[in-house]
Ligand binder design. Structure first.
Ligand code: ACO
Length: 328
């Protein structure tokens, strides 16, 4: 299927405050050695002076600057976040205000770490319509505010940050090509929660008890990722008749460095470059893919076939095949 939508700009924002593994050793029964060996993470950023809406707005400003557009050129703003400042006004509404996007409307989406890829697939469908010439798709996460800082099994893993892209119509045969989303049975649901539910079987009753911090059954999620994510990517490749050797880069959600070679092995990615920046930023949930895109392509000329794959809470997976062409 040829497409008429392209990624025209990529940007990210990382908070200034760095929290190292050595800092965590002082407040938790953990060690730099354990964290590096088990996850690949050395440090992460913590948003002290930034909210989700502020980080998303800073990314939007960078996207405008990179593309030479002004706020009034933007028609639609989609923000992915599993850690929004509130439910209303949405983060997208704040972005619209902060960049004076007077001709835009916007909304937020949430599918945990998969959210950016889902948001991108929604944005792409709008951008096919000539009424939506310029679409901002941004992911912004302040995981630190949902962490239990006495729980070493989750708090060492996550970081804060934001990233996003500008989507525009294109006459080229390339760009955003195909998308495959998947949602596991609800039996998996409790593997990752920060839900307002005491029990996912109690839907929705007056027994709802707020649980404000993130909990994750790491081993169960690890197993899910190494079996289901490669299957999802392989199905996408088959559906689109794309041989793996025509893919230049595999941009995976940054949840654990150890996951990357295991996924690569299952999809037989000989010669495919699978970049990783988890060492510096930890798991920034839905922001990890656009942050990684910006780390890889910032200032570079690209002509790459790329697979994006996000996975996480739900449990959910979303993979997308796209072509990135131009200077980002
Ligand atoms: N420091 C020291 N020891 C620790 C720490 C820590 N920070 N955390 C756990 N341990 C201990 C455990 O208590 C356990 O000790 P025990 O053997 O005495 O019981 C031991 O280390 C091993 O624990 P495991 O949980 O088995 O460690 P594992 O190697 O599985 O690593 C991790 C845990 C990093 C969470 C891994 O399972 C993982 O990456 N899972 C997948 C995460 C993922 O993909 N998430 C998806 C996206 S997230 C989202 O959507 C919100």
């Amino acid at each position: 299927m040829s497409s008429v939508v392209k990624v025209s700009a990529i940007a990210s924002y990382l908070p200034e405050k760095v929290l190292t593994n050595t800092d965590l050793e002082k407040i938790l029964d953990t060690s730099d050695k354990w964290i590096v060996q088990r996850t690949g993470i050395s440090e992460r950023r913590i948003a002290v002076n930034e909210s989700v809406s502020k980080m998303a707005s800073l990314v939007a400003q960078k996207l405008l600057k990179k593309s030479g557009l002004s706020g009034k050129d933007i028609n639609l703003i989609i923000v992915s976040s599993m850690t929004p400042d509130g439910t209303s006004p949405t983060a997208a509404a704040f972005v619209k205000d902060n960049i004076s996007a007077n001709n835009a409307f916007g909304f937020d989406v949430n599918s945990a770490c998969t959210g950016f890829v889902y948001a991108l697939s929604i944005g792409e469908k709008f951008a096919r319509n000539p009424d939506y010439k310029n679409v901002l798709v941004i992911a912004s996460e302040q995981n630190s505010k949902y962490l239990n800082w006495t729980d070493r099994t989750t708090s060492v893993l996550f970081g804060d940050g934001a990233g996003g892209v500008l989507l525009q119509r294109s006459s080229d045969k390339n760009d955003v090509e195909s998308f495959l989303g998947e949602q596991m049975d609800i039996k998996y649901d409790k593997a990752i929660t920060n839900a307002m539910l005491k029990d996912s079987n109690e839907l929705p009753t007056n027994k709802i008890i707020p649980i404000s911090t993130l909990k994750m059954d790491g081993r169960k999620v690890f197993e899910f990722v190494v079996t289901k994510v490669p299957q999802n990517i392989n199905t996408l490749l088959e559906k689109t008749h794309t041989p793996i050797n025509s893919v230049d880069k595999l941009i995976l959600h940054q949840a654990n460095k150890r996951l990357l070679p295991l996924i690569e092995k299952e999809i037989n990615t000989v010669g495919v470059y699978t970049p990783c920046d988890i060492q510096k930023y930890g798991n920034t949930s839905s922001a990890s893919i656009p942050i990684l895109l910006d780390s890889v392509y910032n200032g570079q000329d690209a002509d790459d076939t790329v697979i994006l794959s996000g996975f996480g809470g739900g449990l959910s997976i979303g993979s997308m095949l796209l072509h990135l062409k131009g200077r980002f």
